[in-house]
Structures are given as structure tokens and as C-alpha cells.
Design a protein around this ligand. Structure first.
Ligand code: URA
Length: 269
């Protein structure tokens, strides 16, 4: 289809306004599940295969069987002797469907490699996707301020449940998190933190494998010992800083959770 050339100034302004509306709503990309070759000569549609070879959601995302991808991730992660090797392994890993959905790069971690506190968020947003580091946007700036106020600024290693930005900043799906989990678990084993802080319900679902609401989980200690791991640590869940940007009155609860974490780290190991 040719682009219309007879747009009136009013139509142009209306178009700009609606694009700004969608951008404000977080919609920054518009594409189909598969790339469209607009130069291709149309061919008559082929009859559909009688039996799909992969679950529809995964086939749409162009991903392999998640169990195979998880096994591949686990093998790759297990072979990494340090965080640098782990970052390189994540960057070449193609098993997460999110990688093919418009993300610019893998976003793995920032912070101390021997941090006493490991923080796990949901997944990279737009600024993280651009800069290649987790929590460097508005949520990250709020998180950093709260960590500094609690005396935890230089005590943390920060990562996410997935390493590629979900399109439109949607919540990562369980299969996307499952495929990335072996890398998160390996990071945990390499850092050996004395405590873990989960930010938001999606992080709690991925790490603790629970479906309870974050309001119920927050403020209580849980325990994390990943499958096939000799490393374990106490885990606190709190509200995601993006939620605090929308609901600042909830900051008190997060502050209480951070103080609880700080007290635990201060106590003898
Ligand atoms: N939100 C997250 O959960 N992680 C980031 O890295 C940034 C925003």
C-alpha cells in the first residue's frame, strides 16, 4: 500500500496526537509476529499442516521447545566459571523468545560481583534496552535512592528474571522466565549473596514459583535453593519501584522491607 500523500494539516496534527497517545501508553513498536517481505511476489496460500509441530504461542514467537531451551541454558550456564563468562553466554543464547521480539541487546547485571545482596527485578525496560544495564531508567533511579537511604547502595548485585526487553514493557511470560532462570540461578551461585530481594510479583513468581499476590508475600522471609544448587539464601519480596512511581503512598512498605533486609545483612552471617 502506498503512503497517502494528500494528508491535510489537521489530519497530520490528529495523526501526531494519536501517536503521542500510544507512546504515552507505552506502545513504541508496531509489528507482526513474523517479518513481512513487502517486495515478495504473492504466492497462493499452502494448506495448513495437519498437526502443529510446536505449541502455538511458542511457534508464533519463533522459539524452540522451552524444555530444550531450558536444558541448553542450564548447560551453558553451568559451564560459566565467572560473571563475565555468564554475561557472554547470555549474549549468544538464542533460546529465549524475547530475543527475537525487538530487543536491542541482552541486559544482564550491574553491581558488585561479591555483593551480600542480590536484587532480581522483572525485565529490562526501554532505557535498560538502550544502555545494556538493569534498572537505569526511572524505576532504577528510585531504587538507587531507596538503597542509598537504607545504606545498601554498594551492597548489591542487580539482575532481572529475563534479559531481553519484553515488547511494550509487558510482563514476561512464565516460559520466557523459565528459559532465563538457569542463568539467574548461576548468577546466584557465582555471587553467593547472603540475601536476595525480589522486586514485584513477576520476580516472585519466577524465583519462588508461587502465584500469591505480592502484597501477601512482601515483608516476609522465604527461602531460595534453586534446583541442583548447593547455594541457598533467605529471600525478601517487596513491591516493584515502577509500582511506587504510580502509587507513592506504598513507599513506606518498601522502606520497611529494605530496613528488614539491611538488618538481616548487619546481623552475624
Ligand atoms: N524494571 C525491571 O524490572 N527491571 C529493570 O531492569 C528495569 C525496570
Amino acid at each position: 500500500m502506498n503512503a497517502p500523500t494528500d494528508i491535510s494539516p489537521q489530519d497530520g496534527l490528529a495523526l501526531e496526537a494519536i501517536m503521542a497517545f500510544w507512546a504515552d501508553a507505552g506502545v513504541e513498536t508496531a509489528y507482526d509476529d513474523a517479518p513481512v517481505d513487502r517486495l515478495a511476489v504473492p504466492v497462493p496460500p499452502r494448506p495448513a499442516p495437519s498437526r502443529p509441530t510446536a505449541p502455538v504461542a511458542l511457534a508464533k514467537a519463533g522459539a524452540a521447545d522451552p524444555a530444550v531451551a531450558v536444558a541448553e541454558a542450564r548447560a551453558l550456564a553451568a559451564a560459566c566459571a565467572d560473571l563475565g563468562a555468564l554475561a557472554a553466554a547470555i549474549a549468544i543464547f538464542d533460546g529465549c523468545p524475547l530475543k527475537g521480539m525487538g530487543a536491542r541487546q541482552a541486559v544482564f547485571s550491574r553491581g558488585r560481583p561479591d555483593a551480600p545482596l542480590m536484587i532480581i527485578g522483572e525485565g529490562p525496560g526501554a532505557e535498560e534496552d538502550t544502555l545494556g544495564q538493569p534498572f537505569v531508567g526511572r524505576s532504577g533511579r528510585l531504587l538507587d535512592r531507596m538503597l542509598a537511604a537504607a545504606g545498601l547502595a554498594d551492597q548489591v548485585f542487580i539482575s532481572n528474571t529475563v534479559f531481553w526487553r519484553p515488547p511494550g514493557n509487558r510482563t514476561p511470560g512464565p516460559d520466557e522466565q523459565r528459559v532465563c532462570a538457569p542463568f539467574v540461578e548461576r548468577a546466584f551461585a557465582l555471587v553467593r549473596p547472603r540475601a536476595v530481594l525480589l522486586l514485584g510479583a513477576a520476580a516472585a513468581r519466577s524465583v519462588l514459583r508461587v502465584e500469591e499476590g505480592v502484597m501477601k508475600l512482601r515483608g516476609h522471609w522465604h527461602h531460595w535453593r534453586p534446583l541442583e544448587s548447593a547455594i541457598e539464601a533467605p529471600v525478601m519480596t517487596t513491591l516493584h519501584p515502577a509500582f511506587l512511581l504510580r502509587q507513592p503512598q506504598a513507599k513506606g512498605a518498601v522502606w520497611a522491607d529494605l530496613l528488614e533486609v539491611a538488618a538481616r545483612l548487619d546481623a552475624a552471617p
